[in-house]
Ligand binder design. Structure first.
Ligand code: MN
Length: 257
């Protein structure tokens, strides 16, 4: 969702410049030309940020911030004062009153948006809100399990000790990827995986397999093969790449339908 900024400003030239700059950077704008109507817009629209002139008709910037900070539903919205006041101590007065920051007039087009960005909550980044991916880890060795657990801490993990168990878990859990680390000869392991992939739910998961590349799966395109001793960063990169590719594939599926 687009970040919404409310600008409360009675000077038409300043209003025009600020709205022009913010629009140019892709923000969605709400405007008001006096304190009272600014508060009404804030209450109705719940903007992500408020930019407020200090000298305003009806209710000035100090009056606006007093109401904002006293009102439960509006208290959390960051607010920045815009003012030509340049006297020593004014900045402190504005911050004491409840403003999160201060921008002085005249507005500098080169720095204005960058200054505004500092006050926007980072939560708007969709990435930060996305839940961690769920990995199915198929591992039959206690020591390897402990090592993998420490390396996979940033993701949600579901553990299986065998491929049979993994198939069951693939049906009962929402999963994004499977990692296979089985202590068995590679040809036996690859036969097992080929059998497991007869199950469509299991087969829909991208695979990362620890071990040398077995000739039987060389060009299958179904999996990535990593050495067990791979660096944690490399492992993390491989996982993220697999997840990303799979997501793109799924999004593509949706478009095709
Ligand atoms: Mn003014």
């Amino acid at each position: 969702m687009t970040t919404r900024i409310l600008v409360i400003e009675d000077n038409p030239a300043n209003m025009e410049l600020m709205t022009y700059l913010l629009n140019a950077y892709g923000y969605s704008l709400l405007t008001a030309t006096d304190g009272e109507s600014g508060l009404a817009v804030a209450a109705r629209e719940q903007p992500d940020l408020i930019i407020c002139d200090v000298h305003l008709p009806q209710l000035d910037g100090y009056g606006v911030i007093r109401v904002l900070r006293r009102t439960e539903a509006l208290r959390g919205i960051p607010a920045i004062a815009v003012t030509a006041l340049a006297m020593v101590g004014d900045r402190e007065k504005l911050i004491d009153a409840g403003f999160d920051g201060y921008i002085s007039k005249p507005i500098e087009p080169e720095t204005f948006v960058a200054e505004i960005n500092r006050f926007l909550p980072a939560k708007k980044e969709a990435v930060a809100d996305a839940p961690p991916a769920a990995l199915l880890v198929i591992c039959d060795n206690v020591a390897h399990r402990a090592l993998l657990a420490s390396r996979l801490a940033r993701w949600k993990t579901v553990w299986a000790a065998s491929l049979e168990e993994a198939i069951g878990l693939a049906h009962s859990h929402a999963l994004d990827l499977a990692l296979v680390d089985l202590d068995m000869p590679m040809d036996e392991c690859s036969r097992g995986i080929a059998q497991a992939r007869a199950d469509r739910t299991f087969a829909s998961l991208p695979l990362i397999i620890f071990g040398p590349l077995p000739t039987t799966m060389e060009h299958s395109g179904i999996a990535r093969f990593l050495q067990r001793t791979v660096e944690p960063d490399v492992l993390a990169d491989e996982i993220e790449t697999c997840l990303h590719q799979n997501k793109r594939r799924q999004d593509g599926d949706h478009i095709d339908r």
